[in-house]
Design a protein around this ligand. Structure first.
Ligand SMILES: Nc1ncnc2c1ncn2[C@@H]1O[C@H](COP(=O)(O)OP(=O)(O)OP(=O)(O)O)[C@@H](O)[C@H]1O
Length: 300
């Protein structure tokens, strides 16, 4: 058996003349929580749809659970769970009715036990008779996750599962993802625009306009990026003025306000040295780059 839950080689997707995914190769280890990152429109959903057998690639090959993504799409779909960006359940049905409906579609034999397990693990028991339309965003997202897990998928694809969800609910959701990856060996491929969530993944791929910029461990992306960062405690008025001046003079440098400090980052140490010399009163100190600086730096 292949060690990889997902193994794609040179996958390309064109819509007309528009190359949306370009010669993409990725391997996702079984049991990993794999973050699939990239700015809006960079081709993440398109790639996921090809891996799930929902969309034919223009060229390239791929295996998902050791099945061919072009020829075995039906079997792939029966063994994976896919939580799309949009809430896809029935708003007028209750939580339990939604789960029962999904279970019947999958023709699951021990449905009551499976529903009880999901209600318990996702702490949905108190909400089981509430209509989906009356749930808040965080609870809707748990219900979506429960419905994707009902048939015990071997891989779970989650497309921006926590967009608009509050930090506590997002944390609980992520704790649960790690729990199922560890306890059940489920492979999870998740897209997110939240940097704190990217840091929670075991492995990452980062794409831009359909091209792969990085794939590897989560900790490996910082040294790979070669981004260098400095921070200064200067006054707020000065920060605004310096940000616009640095932005104008040094387009290759990223500036940001974090924790009431001015941060500058770039891959070019010479340019950063020039800034340190130009603004000696700012007393910049070197710090580890943040994930945000790394991701922005890699595409600039
Ligand atoms: N069926 C289609 N026909 C034509 N163009 C499409 C189609 N589906 C997607 N695209 C285009 O492909 C590009 C990539 O879209 P995709 O949804 O894969 O990006 P994404 O990385 O998932 O974006 P986001 O983070 O905003 O969800 C976009 O420019 C989109 O408009």
């Amino acid at each position: 058996m292949n060690d990889f839950a997902i193994d794609i080689r040179g996958l390309t997707k064109k819509f007309g003349e528009n190359i949306v995914v370009n010669n993409l190769s990725l391997q996702v280890e079984r049991g990993s929580v794999f973050g699939f990152l990239g700015s809006n429109g960079s081709g993440k959903t398109t790639t996921i749809r090809m891996i799930c057998g929902l969309l034919m690639p223009t060229s390239g090959t791929g295996r998902c659970l050791d099945l061919d993504i072009q020829n075995d799409s039906e079997e792939i779909r029966s063994r994976i769970g896919y939580m799309a960006q949009k809430f896809c359940l029935y708003e007028q049905l209750t939580v339990i009715e939604n789960l029962r409906f999904i279970g019947e579609v999958y023709q699951l034999s021990d449905l009551d036990d499976r529903i009880s397990e999901q209600l318990k693990y996702l702490r949905l028991e108190n909400y089981k008779d509430r209509r989906a339309r009356d749930l808040s965003g965080g609870w809707k997202q748990r219900l979506s996750l429960a419905s994707c897990l009902l048939h015990s998928p071997e891989i779970l694809f989650l497309d921006e599962p926590t967009a608009g969800v509050d930090p506590k609910a997002r944390k609980e959701f992520w704790d649960y993802l790690h729990e199922i990856a560890i306890e059940k060996g489920t492979t999870i491929l998740v897209t997110t625009h939240y940097m704190d969530e990217a840091e929670k993944c075991t492995n990452l791929a980062y794409i831009n306009q359909g091209n792969l910029l990085y794939t590897g461990t989560t900790t490996g992306i910082i040294p790979f990026s070669k981004i260098i960062s400095y921070v200064s405690d200067i006054q707020r008025q000065q920060q605004a003025w310096m940000t616009s001046e640095i932005g104008r003079r040094y387009p290759a440098v990223t500036t940001s306000f974090v924790n009431n400090q001015l941060r500058i980052s770039s891959r070019d140490q010479e340019i950063l040295n020039e800034i340190l010399e130009r603004y000696p009163d700012s007393q910049f100190t070197r710090v580890a780059p943040s994930f945000e600086e790394v991701f922005i730096g890699l595409i600039s």
